[in-house]
Design a protein around this ligand. Sequence first.
Ligand SMILES: *[C@@H]1O[C@H](CO)[C@@H](O)[C@H](O)[C@H]1NC(C)=O
Ligand SMILES: *[C@@H]1O[C@H](CO)[C@@H](O)[C@H](O)[C@H]1NC(C)=O
Length: 461
Amino acid sequence: MYRNILTGLALQILFSNFTKCNGDNYETFLTAPDINYKYYNVGVLMASHLDSPFDLERCGPAVDLALEEVNDRFLSQHRIKLRKVQASYPSCSGARAPGLAADMHFRDDVIAFVGPACMFALEPVARLAAYWNTPIITGMGDQVAMTDDLMNDPIIRYVDSQLKSYSDECNYILRKNLEYGLKKLGLLTFVRELDGNDDEDHDNYLRDASMYARVLILSVRGALVRKFMLSAHDLGMTKGDWTFLDVEIFKGSYWGDHDWETGDKYDSKARKAYEALLRVSLLQPTSDKFQDFSDKVKERAQLDYNYTISDGEEVNFVIGAFYDGVYLLGMALNETIVEGEDIRDGLAITRRMWNRDFHGITGHVRIDDNGDRDADYSILDLDPITGKFEVVAHYYGLHKKYSTVQGQKIHWPGGREDPPPDVPKCGFMGNHPDCKDNENYYHNIKTALLIIMLTKQNHML
Ligand SMILES: *[C@@H]1O[C@H](CO)[C@@H](O)[C@H](O)[C@H]1NC(C)=O
Ligand SMILES: *[C@@H]1O[C@H](CO)[C@@H](O)[C@H](O)[C@H]1NC(C)=O
């Protein structure tokens, strides 16, 4: 079942930190042209200084490194160079990005877009790009978002018809993606949305949920996870009959502190309660190659973007995914040229990026036949002895495989050896008439039941 949940976690993380801004920024990088080369422009389009994991200041250096590599490895033999045109905008908004994309298209005749990473900006740009037949690379779940595909996506259509304002777009997208993925797998039965108010009655949500589900996904900021777990503990829901999942895509200040320990008087209760919590994170690459890449990204951020990525912050997976995306574009461009096709045919280029795997900076990358990237995740469980979350299993998107880490196991609370059953023996209300007569009755029910709890406002991240 956990494997299935992970399959449903289409990774689209978006951020809604709406700082007021100093406006858009548009730059072209014209090096003295080498007459032996033919130049093509690539438009890099990202939000700036949002303190999100996808800021231009974080992802830009990775894109630069990738463009250099692509020029060197794939294009110099064809006497071609890609040149960056860069624009940034101060919020994750659908209003500015398409205008900037239009400038890039008409003024600089770009052959590809890198970004936006934020779905609200991506969606309108994707429509335009589809019309222009220009490919888009993003470091998000839709690694290679070619636009017809995007348009057919029910999520996008949903967003389109439902959204009145752009203000809470980003949380909205993560939620909708999770919901959509889980529904598609037939796993989701119950969703409750919070309005982000700290004074809410968490007990009520939990009581409500307990009538429908045994696995609860908490997609909320760290402080709220703790509130929920403390409530759950008081309600007796942390003894092994329920499992809670905490989605912390990667470590970083943007998600809030997800630790049980905060130094208040509830620490020991929280620690006990967190035994019923499993955490899902993206698998952070650990190879030497990635470490090397991390160092370079930090160096470039400082040098070229006047931005300090602190020592404590890891260069996150999405930054690596941007690098891999641009690298993949390079592979596709090379093949297009070698086979004598049109370097401006976005659809043809995009098709070459689909359904393939290669060794990227983040490891073995696989893009499926929808242009989505299968990511790898870690499952973390609280070790009751040490009080620390340890990685107990991985989920590999490439093979859709769940695999436990050797020597590790999930410590189910209440001395259980196994996860709680999807449906309790006597039904969610404990009153099923068949309960006493036929113990196997429920074992024939195949559906897993889930709840997602999320916040409506901008607090989550
Ligand atoms: C670099 O950033 C600092 C603030 O972090 C600012 O004071 C300084 O003017 C910036 N330098 C340049 C060259 O933009
Ligand atoms: C470029 O594409 C051709 C045709 O697919 C391939 O044979 C060649 O190895 C590629 N070049 C590089 C550097 O990968």
